[in-house]
Write a protein that binds this ligand. Structure first.
Ligand code: SF4
Length: 345
């Protein structure tokens, strides 16, 4: 197995604070819902009315517990999950209208990096064959020579020696396989990459390398990332903005600084309080989650979070809160949060 330089999370590049400068929306998602039939006339409400923008050259983090719908949301954007309701605009165009060549072209521009670098590469194909496949399907190279040059450039861009192209996936470490997965996503010159837990299957000592690589690629190529993760520490580091999901809905979104310094939704606070920290406690009351996330087949009435929320009132049990912008770009979905009461919790 080729050697891989090891480092740890202390080797991460400086984290990103505040929003990116980019203003144009690469993706605009409005009231998106994905329901799956669950039998007896019931449905799994996997995604239930989600709205957000992903700006060009920006990284938006999507966080929440397992089963909150973040992966289904990513799959809907990739065209891999059926959309029940709502709109997805890619660079201003409704992706539901794409058919034939337009759909193929769209798929070229939105790529993905999967969680599992072991399972996402065909073990019977060499790296050269894996990277050739999308180039052939989309007719991006005029011949074998141009394809080989493109593959060498791709491997070089993700920090791998082009000489390794003739090897098979099992000859690489986990971090190197994820680099190959990133090279495959980059092969079609995408404008958006959905990164679905791209480092969570990797050894902690390798995570920083992959995170730094993604940040370098974004700075060089201006790609937008939808970065799906349950790891708030990594998300806070790489993302310009963060959206917090609970049971199919976004409960809070804002700049990374807003979410880190002034989380307002009780669920966001609970997620942050669960992150181990060596920093001295501020003395503020901590929120610890108890119980399981309720079933998305029969979500609780009113605020979906009320069975686990220490601040729940009668109103929370019967009336669903609506997203409220408490400060520019910082939106919270909670009855207790408004621009006037944003510090009340
Ligand atoms: Fe808690 Fe009520 Fe706010 Fe929901 S609306 S998060 S139950 S306080």
């Amino acid at each position: 197995m080729p050697n891989e330089e090891r480092n740890d999370l202390n080797d991460l590049k400086p984290s990103r604070q505040g929003s990116s400068n980019a203003a144009a929306a690469a993706l605009f998602v409005q009231d998106l819902a994905v329901y799956y039939p669950a039998g007896r006339g019931k449905f799994v409400h996997a995604v239930d009315g989600v709205s957000f923008r992903l700006h060009s050259g920006e990284t938006l983090g999507l966080v929440g517990e397992s089963g909150c719908g973040k992966t289904t949301l990513g799959r809907a954007i990739l065209g891999l999950a059926p959309v029940t309701r709502g709109t997805i605009l890619f660079e201003g165009r409704d992706i539901s209208t794409f058919k034939g060549e337009a759909l193929k072209e769209h798929r070229r521009h939105i790529q993905t990096v999967f969680q599992d670098p072991y399972g996402s590469l065909d073990p019977l194909m060499t790296i050269e064959q894996i990277l050739s496949e999308p180039l052939k399907i989309h007719h991006l190279c005029s011949g074998r020579k141009e394809r080989s040059e493109k593959i060498a450039a791709l491997l070089h861009s993700v920090g791998l020696d082009p000489e390794l192209a003739k090897r098979y996936p099992h000859e690489f470490s986990g971090g190197q396989r994820q680099r190959i997965g990133i090279a495959r996503a980059l092969s079609l010159d995408p404008r958006v990459i959905v990164c679905d837990e791209p480092v969570s299957a990797l050894d902690v000592s390798i995570q920083a390398q992959v995170v730094n690589l993604l940040m370098d690629i974004q700075e060089a190529q201006g790609i937008s990332y939808l970065f799906i993760s349950h790891d708030l520490a990594v998300v806070q580091h790489i993302c310009h903005r963060i959206a917090v999901m609970y049971l199919g809905r976004i409960v809070e979104q804002g700049s990374t600084q807003d979410i880190h310094d002034q989380p307002l939704h009780p669920y966001t606070k609970a997620l942050l309080d669960a992150v181990p920290s060596l920093e001295k406690s501020s003395g503020a009351r901590k929120i610890f989650l108890s119980g399981e996330i309720p079933s998305p087949v029969d979500p609780p009435a009113g605020c979906h979070f009320h069975p686990r929320c220490p601040f729940a009132t009668e109103r929370c049990r019967r009336e669903a809160p609506v997203p409220t912008e408490v400060s520019p770009g910082h939106t919270v979905t909670c009855h207790l949060c408004s621009p006037e009461k944003s510090r009340s919790l």
